[in-house]
Each structure stands twice: as C-alpha cells, then as structure tokens.
Design a protein around this ligand. Sequence first.
Ligand code: 8YV
Length: 330
Amino acid sequence: MDRPAPSLSGTVHVTRPLPEPGTALLEAAGLTVTANSDDRPLDAAELAAAVADADALVCMLSDRIDGALLDAAPRLRVVANYAVGFDNVDVAAARARGVEVTNTPGVLTDATADLAWALLLATARRLGEGERLVRSGAWSGWAPRQLVGQPVAGRRLGIVGMGAIGRAVARRAAGFGMEICYHNRRRVPSDVEAQLGVTYVGLDELFATADVVSLHAPLNADSHHLVDADALARMKSTAVLVNTGRGPLVDEAALVQALDEGRIAGAGLDVYEAEPVVHQGLLDRGDVVLAPHLGSATTTARADMVELCTRNVVEVLSGRPAVTPVPPGP
Ligand code: 8YV
C-alpha cells in the first residue's frame, strides 16, 4: 500500500496485536492508535472502555460487536473486521447508528482454500492418525491393512457455499479430477458453472452423493447447523466432512454421534461451535483432523488483511466510501 500522507486525525483502537505491517500504516496516515498489547480477547467491559474515544475500530472474530458496545463508542464511524466472516458484528445495529462495517474479502481466499484442501487430504488419507503413530514410537512398519483411507482423486466433491473461497476450492479439485457439485443460496451464473465445471444440486442431493462435503457458507440464521443429524444421516458412510467456514455451521454433538455410529468416515475441522472449546467427543477421536482456526494464517494473507483493514479505516475517516463494506444482508 502506498503510505497515505499523514493528513487524518482521529483515534483507532486495535483489539489484538496485528502481524506485519501491524499498526504502522494507520500511524502513517496520521491516526492515533490505541491497541490491546495482550494477545487475548478483551471482555465486553474492557472493549467498551477501549472504544470510548475511538473513531475507528479494528476488531476480530474474537470480539463481539453489538448494540451495547456501539453505544459505548459514540464517536465510532467504522468497524473494520479483520476477517472475511462478520458474524461477530451486529451489522444492523451498526448501520442503525451510522457506523460502517467492513471485512477482508479476497485477500484470504487462496489461503483458506489451501487449508480446506490440507484438511480434506489429511482426513481422507488419515494423516493425523499416521503422524501420531510415527511420533508415538509404536509404528512397527508398513502393513497392508494399516491406516487405509478414502480415495480423493476422481471422487465427488460437494461444496456448500459457492462464493470466492468455494470457487477456489473447486478450482483445486479440478487438478484431482473430481466431479464437483455445489449448493449456494443463489445459483451462480452458468458461465461460472461452466468455467469451474460444477453442477448445482439441492442440499439433500449434495449430502447424499458427495464423497467429500466442504463448507464455505457464511454463518447466519439460515446456515446455523446446516449440517445437523439429518444431513449427516444422508451422507455416505465413506464420506468426509471439511469445515473451514464457521463452527456453528455444524451441529458438533450430532457430528460426534455420526462418527461414533460410523455413519461418516471422518471430519477435518478448522472451526468449532464454541472456540476455543472443542467438543470432547472430537478430541477423543482419531478419525478427525483438528486445526486451530488457521484458514487465513499465511504471511501474505495476514499482511494483506492488515492493509485492507487500514485502507477501510482511512477511507471512511476521510469521508470516502469503504473499500470493502460488508455486503447487504441476505
Ligand atoms: C480470520 C476468518 O483470520 O476471515 C475469516 O472469516 O475466519 C479468519 O481468516 C479470523 O476470523 C480472525 O478474525
């Protein structure tokens, strides 16, 4: 990003230490930065105190931005969420108070699609179990029946949510010769379908026919527990579930039960219903691969997210439109 001439005044609060370039771009724009230097989420009272004089807020998934918090920040003009997902922000409450909400689409698409594929392959091929076996010292050598997993190449991939990340996952699947079906709130244009080689299906058909189901839908009232006991019961016993979207897309208790009953083959999860708490039934199982919300955790994605948040703050405080305002509601 070209460093903006220091022309702005105002205060921006940043709720967690940011990776490089950190707050340097905000400061270079002339803004006063207050920041939580502890790498832990602030509680509601701490956050309210921190935003009392703020004109802008850079916040994360771990911060709940609701009407009460916004009322504690009378000067606030923009909430720049350091994430593409914005289910942690009450957007209607912000809009009602004239506060702009922005997110970070695009810059973490490839990072998240790569991570979905890492989980897909690791789960299908039982890599977590294999790694633990080798590290344990108990591995006694190659065996014909050892850790036999599910094939990936040539199988059927079901993508739920065909936004930028779902599409990036589909593009990667082409290299594996997969047949790809998808479901999305709105069917994507036919030229995009043709380009990606994807077929639109209803959710029930997707769950019933896919060998891998990968979730890329935003979390909202409609998508909460999109994968519930019914959906899991429809899935093939050899199927693998991958979730790099948001934890509450999946009913974790139902997932544990389905795994216990052998109704699906495994799950690769980057996100959880009550992060950082992970359902004990998942922790106890070998056939799940559990990542600590790493979707956007690459050097370039995280740096680009910092830059995009900064540009959003600078634009709004300069009286110009945000670069990436969150999309209007469903
Ligand atoms: C963020 C994410 O890094 O962008 C998202 O929606 O889930 C992650 O990539 C995380 O939410 C921190 O705010």
